[in-house]
Design a protein around this ligand. Sequence first.
Ligand SMILES: [Zn+2]
Length: 306
Amino acid sequence: MNPLEFFDSRDIKFYRKGEVGGECINSPYHALTTCPICGGVRLWLGYHMANGNFTCMVHGVADKRDLFRHWFPEEDIDQLMLTINWPQDKSIAKSKITQRTSSVLKLPVGIVPLLDSEPHCQYLRGRNLIPERLAHEYKVQAIISGSLADRHLFPVLNLDGKPVTWTTRSIIGAEPKYKAARLEESVVSVKNVLFGEHLCRYDKPIILVEGIFDALRVNTATSTFGYCAASFGTHLTKQQVLKLAEYPRRIVCFDSEPTAQEDATELGRQLAHYGGVTEIVQLDSEDPGSASTTEITRLLKYAGHM
Ligand SMILES: [Zn+2]
């Protein structure tokens, strides 16, 4: 069976050029659908009819088997693969297959529920955060043994709320402060995601900050949710910029130091290609993570969230 006929028969809708919903497609060889790995409703996953390759605009080249694992039960995959006649022309693909991420997320050892570890909870309270909320809304966990002991585990969730990668943060001042999953432990590279994006909404302005603790503080300092996500630093990848571009209004709130502010201006320039509005704001505090409740309230009011 032809791949697109197969997907039709399985109710996986691929949009093609000239179809309602496929207006953004220029090439007769391309079909687009939602990416089961990144989640959400945007048509990020492209299928190329000439070479049989799948590429996600956000997370990159996608291995067929990885995609099938997200669409179908594991025990059916071998049989399904055989029913499809994939195109034989691999010439375009060869140099592009550099897939090194994993099809299953590999978590570190020694994880316990956050609320079971008092030192981890204490650390968060010391940073003006509420452990109960972080455990519930962000699935934050505690690592108590192994090579990543005395660190928090911060899963990064896709738009459907499924973890695709993770990072950790030491609670005892160990270096490096943050230690992220390696590419081969991740389903999507940590450089291609925004932390906290699973709780953001396209119809709400997004507040973009540098770090996890900035995002957590903005989102939980008041009873109003901040629709704030973090880019893991001030240098965004193309994939992160594309994700941000999906929000019609973006408020960039990086740390107050001059280089971070320069990077914010540069990000504004990059986002200008995609339409929508980018605003750059600066707090009186060093960073959003250490901002007072009054200051965060002011930021949320500016964004129109309260
Ligand atoms: Zn994807």
